[in-house]
Design a protein around this ligand. Structure first.
Ligand SMILES: [Zn+2]
Length: 234
């Protein structure tokens, strides 16, 4: 690996990744120090473990410069063909595909950690787009919070079916606060939306006096887009 111009180690921006350490995941507590500038390693003064600067990032255990990996992943994210990257950077195709898979899993984990937190969504818009790929057609179902334009996530499937919609609505539910205001869904005329929303947001109510459990359809309602109009179909 060619040496690259690296910035000095910044222990104040690192945290201990050891799950058994009492100081795990804590920023700015002064327990992290520089262990080796040459090997780019930190040390935790609580558990006395050392760890790589790349630990917990998409670059961990990849034997290439971060600059090169970043360039390749940026090109992939913009739709550049793998073969073009292989030719331009003289990389093995399997290497590029491994980076692609690893970065995808990492981005999904970051997205779920940051976005899939309880929040008051208010109004959510769902839609699906038909993606024509080399090996066939895929359906990409997406959801967005209307007020904040926060992209809540997407699901991919070869079929535009109930399973795809259910996975999308479950993802929305993980973003919705249990104590928030009622949630309004706006979507196209796909028939599976209303029943799926009711099923996913169905909540068990406390037992009644006669000991029979009852269920609520939750606080979600939905409306469909009909040409340029929004038609309520609670
Ligand atoms: Zn530690």
């Amino acid at each position: 690996m060619q040496p690259e111009n690296l910035l000095p180690l910044a222990p104040e921006q690192a945290f201990c990744p050891n799950p058994d350490c009492p100081a795990k995941g804590q920023f700015g507590q002064g327990n992290i120090g520089a262990h080796s500038h040459q090997e780019r390693r930190f040390i935790c003064h609580v558990c006395h473990r050392t760890f790589s600067e790349r630990k917990g990032t998409v670059f961990y255990r990849l034997q290439k410069e971060t600059t090169l990996i970043t360039q390749v992943l940026t090109l992939l994210a913009h739709g550049c063909p793998v073969q073009a990257i292989v030719a331009a950077f003289q990389l093995d195709e399997r290497t590029v595909r491994t980076w692609l898979a690893k970065s995808g899993a990492h981005c999904q984990a970051v997205h779920e950690h940051l976005v899939e937190q309880p929040q008051d969504l208010g109004q959510v818009q769902c839609d699906e787009i038909r993606v024509k790929a080399q090996q066939g057609v895929l359906w990409l179902a997406m959801a967005i919070c209307v007020q904040t334009r926060l992209w809540l996530g997407a699901e991919l499937s070869p079929q535009r079916d109930g399973s795809l919609i259910e996975r999308l609505i479950e993802r929305v539910k993980r973003c919705a606060s249990a104590l928030g205001s009622p949630l309004l869904f706006c979507m196209d005329g796909l028939a599976s939306y209303p029943t799926t929303i009711k099923r996913v947001f169905r909540e068990k109510l406390p037992r009644s006096d006669v000991g029979v459990a009852s269920w609520s359809n939750g606080r979600a309602c939905c409306s469909r887009k009909s040409s340029n109009n929004m038609k309520a179909t609670v």
